[in-house]
Design a protein around this ligand. Sequence first.
Ligand code: ATP
Ligand code: MG
Length: 581
Amino acid sequence: MSDPARLPAAEPPARTDFIRNIVREDLASGRHGHINTRFPPEPNGYLHLGHAKSICLNFGIAAEFGGHCNLRFDDTNPEKEDLEYVEAIKEDVRWLGFAWHELRHASDYFEVLYLAAEQLIRDGQAFVCDLSAEEVRQYRGSLTEPGRESPYRKRSVEENLDLFRRMRAGEFADGARTLRAKIDMTSGNINLRDPALYRIKKVSHQATGDAWPIYPMYDYAHALSDAIEGITHSLCTLEFEDHRPLYDWCVDQVRLHERPELLKPLTDRGLPFEAAKPRQIEFSRLNLNYTVMSKRKLLALVNDKLIAGWDDPRMPTLQGIRRRGVPPEALHLLAERVGISKQNSVIDFSVFEGCIREVLDAKAERRMAVIDPVKVTITNLPENHRESLAFSNHPKDESKGQREVPFSDALWIEREDFMETPVKGFHRLVPGGEVRLRGAGILRCDEVIKNGDAIVELRCTLDPESRPGMEGANRKVKGTIHWVCAHAGVDAEIRLYDRLFAVENPDSEDDGKSYRDQLNPESIRIVKGVVEPAAAGLARESAVQFERLGYFATDRHDHKPERPVFNRVVALRDSWAAKGA
Ligand code: ATP
Ligand code: MG
């Protein structure tokens, strides 16, 4: 019996979802001694929030079960792919805090995939087809009608091999021929009606240049890449469920794990491999309202200049989210919260914002900033009075220490914290009334200086008995407001971001409106503000809570201590729920 006192204390409860349960069973039964997963993006765009779910799942499982996770670029579609995306994807995965075991590309395996295709031809499992794309469509049948066999299906092995080699040698025009699997034209699953394995495409590839005039199809390349890398659990989203029989067909017909000779091009290059028979398991995608998440649609927003670029802080791309100031831990928390299942659902955007608030509440130091300033002069302090007040950086975490906040006879406060003719229930500063200046004492407004209708200055007195450490410091007044010293405060650009779309489902093309017409006109507002010196001096990509205003982060590119730029990550409270949107 184990002694409970000796169990590790802070072991988090083991996560259970249907995939982790399968992994546990496979380890317990000895089916696998070691778990290998992969995250397989196509480098045809930037990663988005949905990908973060897949990354957290694949890398998470490898970490929890002591296995490996590869980062593999599924680069079989050269026209749409670019090295720019490859680099950004690597940066995003690292930013999320994960380290891949091996960095691979489907294109690393082109030679193996080619040899395996020749093997399929020799085994009578694949043939070269001369039907045009249009004819293939006609022969394919439909959901209710079986397909018809291609007239080229009965070609001899020799002829198929000869034609396939000539496809590879570049003898034929794009689209003139395909290599197709010989499966079943009457299958109820259209994916099994003699699907294409290779197509001719004389396009240069971002990794292999002009070496290949033919490219493998996604299903074939994906299944075999998994097998080559010894992936035990190939986790993908539900839309691939109907492709699973084809995935299994490719793995079972080629039997890479039993045919080391096919892997020779890799061993010759010194690439380590442990071919295995992988199993595909599907889970539901992450869908969020108030956003769009397909790479194609995000690309259109960028190309049409509806937003500033891939890393616009309103974008659901990981680059955008990072620039906004969202900490990677918030994405881990979101992945944990939405969980893994086979049920498709749409997660409310507020769930994501809640994760951000939860992480930043614990992590972000507090600072003061005023974004719509009005001047306060404290007339009972000597002119040019300067002092420094000690503020704790975090109300719930002493380990974050303290900072000095400059205070003087001239301050900025928020314009909306003063009302000349107060409405009922307004508990902040009013003529003749009192309010607490956070950490500095109790302020009374004696005089309002105006220029026409505009308030330009509030002349006030500070109750000396209410100063920090004095006996009257705890005297009760109703409101507390924040402030910034007008002498020491630093002018800052403050970018107030909000949700990119004004409607819950920008994708629904009801009313004939496309998602492009549904952008939230208030999703960005740039204002000038003033921040305390200890905020201005932060490094880029530092998150803070500006007291009473929200969570902000210094901009990853534009922030400089002498010219601070802050992005609003998220407001302190959800204002969308109240809108009843
Ligand atoms: P998109 O449809 O947005 O263009 P994709 O599925 O084509 O995305 P890939 O690069 O092929 O993008 O995806 C890499 C991996 O991320 C795949 O395993 C895919 O299933 C997964 N993935 C993509 N979108 C989501 C999502 N919304 N939720 C969870 N996983 C996702
Ligand atoms: Mg895709």
